[in-house]
Design a protein around this ligand. Structure first.
Ligand SMILES: NC(=O)c1ccc[n+]([C@@H]2O[C@H](COP(=O)([O-])OP(=O)(O)OC[C@H]3O[C@@H](n4cnc5c(N)ncnc54)[C@H](OP(=O)(O)O)[C@@H]3O)[C@@H](O)[C@H]2O)c1
Length: 294
């Protein structure tokens, strides 16, 4: 039995669909049963912030897909560290054998926001005695759907990366890698850096969005200092704003530009292009852009 966490999220919804297609026994951990009604699978209600709820959720589970939200705008330790450690403890207590964890590319000791937080969870999982696989994705194509902070008030795509490309990946491909790992023969612990098929600048992303939306989407530079000031103006903690700005400076060095062959190797097919992603999500992209500029 597989337990899918983060099932109502960008990766989890695809993973649920892929496991359903394979007729693999699985259930989804959800916080809100009503929100999960569209998943069309068995669900169990639980919350990483309520460790007692994870004990019944893990009963009879052999393989765990470990994923939840990313870095939060908080001062101090990222909540995901405490939350995912609680899920690993519950998995160990329940006799789970394998964990496939969503992490982030460049997860490392002392890294900012999700990079440091995922590194701590990775280390905890590696020391837990459970079998493990880390998925370290590049930036998500889905970030352009939510629209939050991605567009200017007049609908231009913001570029905090100084025209340097990012090898954006479709969450569908992350889910496909996870499905292959969760249903295949577990090997020794391994870390896979997952990317899309090519690096794209935000100007190129804007061209792709223009093509699918049938209207011109412009692109405008957003220097990291201005990004930090905008986040502070929205009331977010100064330390969080500074960390986001610093991560943008790192991305502008080409930090997320390279591509890997991991999606091809794990799934037997190449990763989806941005055009394929945009065509499959045109309505959501249109709605996200409208919401960001309203
Ligand atoms: N965005 C990027 O470019 C990027 C790049 C690399 C790595 N990542 C990593 O990818 C992960 C996010 O994946 P995603 O985009 O699929 O997530 P997402 O769309 O933000 O969804 C988060 C999921 O986690 C669930 N969740 C949140 N808090 C929970 C809790 N306390 N207990 C149980 N479930 C909880 C949510 O449930 P509800 O529906 O109830 O809220 C939802 O199903 C993060 O770890 C992030 O660091 C992101």
């Amino acid at each position: 039995m597989i337990l899918v966490t983060g099932a109502t999220g960008s990766i989890g919804r695809h993973l649920v669909g892929l496991l359903r297609d394979r007729a693999t026994p699985f259930r989804a951990l959800v916080r809100d049963e009503a929100k999960a009604s569209s998943l069309g699978c068995d669900v169990v209600v639980g919350d990483f912030d309520d460790p007692a709820s994870l004990i019944p959720a893990m009963e009879g589970v052999d393989r765990l897909f470990l994923n939840a939200g990313g870095a939060q705008p908080v001062d101090g330790e990222q909540p995901m560290i405490r939350q995912q450690k609680a899920a690993i403890d519950a998995a160990r207590a329940a006799g789970v054998s394998q964990v496939v964890k969503v992490s982030v590319w460049h997860a490392r000791h002392g890294g900012r926001l999700a990079e440091g937080a995922h590194w701590e969870v990775e280390e905890y999982l590696k020391g837990s005695g459970l079998g493990w696989t880390m998925l370290q994705p590049s930036g998500f194509m889905q970030n352009f759907i939510t629209g939050a902070g991605a567009f200017s008030a007049d609908g231009k795509l913001l570029d905090p990366y100084a025209g340097v490309p990012v090898s954006y990946i479709d969450c569908h491909d992350i889910a496909a890698c996870a499905a292959a790992l969760l249903t295949g023969s577990p090997g020794p612990g391994a870390t896979h850096v997952l990317t899309g098929p090519r690096g794209l600048t935000h100007a190129q992303v804007a061209e792709e969005l223009s093509a699918v939306l049938g209207r011109t989407v412009g692109c405008v530079a957003l220097p990291p200092d201005e990004l930090a000031a905008a986040l502070r103006a929205r009331g977010l903690p100064a330390s969080f704003a500074d960390d986001v700005a610093e991560l943008s400076r790192q991305v502008a060095t080409g930090y997320l530009a390279a591509t890997t062959t991991a999606v091809q190797e794990l799934t037997g097919r190449p990763p989806r292009t941005f055009a394929q992603f945009a065509a499959a999500n045109a309505e959501a992209l249109r709605t996200g852009l409208a919401a960001a500029t309203s």
